[in-house]
Structure formats: C-alpha cells, structure tokens
Design a protein around this ligand. Structure first.
Ligand SMILES: [Fe+2]
Ligand SMILES: [Fe+2]
Length: 142
C-alpha cells in the first residue's frame, strides 16, 4: 500500500494557461496541502473554508461555461456536483467528530484533481482561449 500523502505541491502539469483558472487551482492545491498537514484542532474549520472556496471555484467555471456555451458543460458540472456533495456530507461528519473520514476525503480529492484538471478543466481552458473566442464575445454586444 502506498504511504499516505503528507504534502501536495503545485506542479507544472497543473498549469492550463488560463491565468484566473490557474490562480484558483493554485489556491485549491494549497488548501489540500494545508489540510494534509493540519492538526485535529484546526482541521474542521479549514475543511469548511476549503468547502466554500471549492463552491466558488466551481461556480466560476460554471459561469464561464454558460457565458460561452461550452458544449460539455453538463458533464463537467455533474462532476463538480458530485464533489460538492461529497464535501458537504463529509463536512457534516467531520463537524460531528469523524476526522478520519475528512482525511480520507482530502486524500481522495488529491487523487481526483490531477485527473479533472487534465481532462475537463483543460478542455474548458482550451475552449476559453481558443482563437476567435474574444471576437465572438465582442460580436454579441457590438
Ligand atoms: Fe477547476
Ligand atoms: Fe472543473
């Protein structure tokens, strides 16, 4: 069995080339890193802050998808909803004292993020940055 993760550094492979998305993902990665190292006292409050950040992270991506009619939006948003539901349910259990479950969630999200970033978020970044995307947006309002 692999040793448990104790840190979660940012790597170049997470970089998708969309500055605001990358900034948010850096914050996400920092949250995971901090949660992995958090003591039992600080863990529940930190997980609650992470939950709020993740909601904003996904809401921002949803707004970009809606504004630009991103074709795979339903699939991408469905995956976000599954994660948010897990974070919500586990957050309630952590608030009730089940820290071990919270730590399992953090480990699972550390495995989930690279896959999501390399597939769904990478596709969204490419869509937002595609040639002509800006002129298309300007055409709608000119
Ligand atoms: Fe993302
Ligand atoms: Fe996403």
């Amino acid at each position: 069995m692999a040793a448990p993760l104790t840190s979660y550094p940012w790597t170049d492979t997470f970089e998708l080339g969309h500055a605001r998305m990358d900034d948010t993902h850096r914050e996400f990665v920092t949250f995971i890193d901090t949660l992995l190292q958090a003591g039992d006292e600080e863990f529940p409050a930190l997980l609650a802050r992470f939950a709020a950040h993740t909601q904003q992270h996904f809401d921002q991506e949803s707004a970009w998808m809606r504004e630009t009619d991103f074709p795979p939006a339903p699939c991408h948003e469905m995956e976000h909803l599954r994660v948010l539901e897990a974070v919500r349910v586990v957050g309630e259990r952590v608030a009730g004292g089940d820290l071990a479950l919270g730590r399992q969630l953090v480990a699972a999200l550390a495995e989930w993020f690279p896959v999501h970033a390399a597939s769904m978020d990478s596709a969204l970044a490419g869509w937002l940055l595609r040639p002509g995307a800006d002129s298309h947006a300007r055409c709608q309002y000119s």
